[in-house]
Design a protein around this ligand. Structure first.
Ligand code: GLN
Length: 204
């Protein structure tokens, strides 16, 4: 059974906790650097990325987490968690710091004020058993995906058609939307299974 940390500084921590438990992982809250030693992977929940960024620095978790990711620890970020995994963030505060787990540029609150939240069905390349109902809440999108980044899903239609909303680079997975709130466990299962199969992943 893999032990998977859920960064518990701010955001929808409980929803991820439950989803991971349902996928057979041992979920533990992470708030201190010492707790990183016992986890095989980490989930970065949705919430408010500028707040999470600030708290990561206050709790002295930013550098230790960056190091674990650099050493190949698997991670999964949803919404604000996706933002936290980016190498570059647009439309944010100048003091924002991220974990740099995926070579990508992410735009915060990208879908604009008129469409604060919306839902849509997404075809996800990693799943061949039907579309994923995706819930977007003041969501980011991926404006630039680096060469080593696999695009898993794009908005299918409407004014934002083609925008990238799910990506993977090595052992690190990110979604603009919130799989933890729909009861569709496929993303969590993909993440947990990758840890069970691949161990801690290759260093980057
Ligand atoms: N808009 C939030 C941010 O910038 C993300 C929203 C969410 O996680 N639901 O961090």
């Amino acid at each position: 059974t893999p032990t998977i940390g859920v960064l518990g500084l701010q955001g929808d921590v409980r929803e991820h906790f439950h989803a991971l438990a349902e996928c057979g992982a041992q979920a533990v809250t992470v708030r201190r650097a010492a707790e990183l030693a016992k986890i095989d992977g980490i989930v970065l929940p949705g919430g408010e990325s500028t707040t999470i960024s600030k708290l990561l620095q206050v709790f002295e978790l930013l550098e230790p987490l960056r190091q674990r990711l650099r050493a190949g620890m698997p991670a999964f970020g949803s919404c604000a968690g996706m933002i936290m995994l980016a190498t570059e963030v647009l439309d944010t505060r100048p003091d924002m710091r991220t974990l740099e787990g995926i070579d990508m540029t992410v735009r915060r609150n990208a879908f604009g004020r008129q469409v604060d939240s919306f839902e849509t069905d997404l075809d996800v390349t990693a799943f061949d058993d039907g579309p994923v109902r995706a819930v977007f809440i003041r969501a980011p999108w991926v404006e630039r995906a680096g060469e080593g980044v696999e695009v898993l899903a794009r908005v299918p239609d409407g004014p934002f058609a083609g925008r990238i909303v799910a990506v993977r680079q090595g052992a690190v997975l990110a979604t603009s939307f919130h799989p933890e709130v729909t009861g569709d466990l496929r993303f969590h299962r993909l993440f947990v299974d990758s840890i069970v199969r691949g161990g801690v992943g290759a260093p980057r």
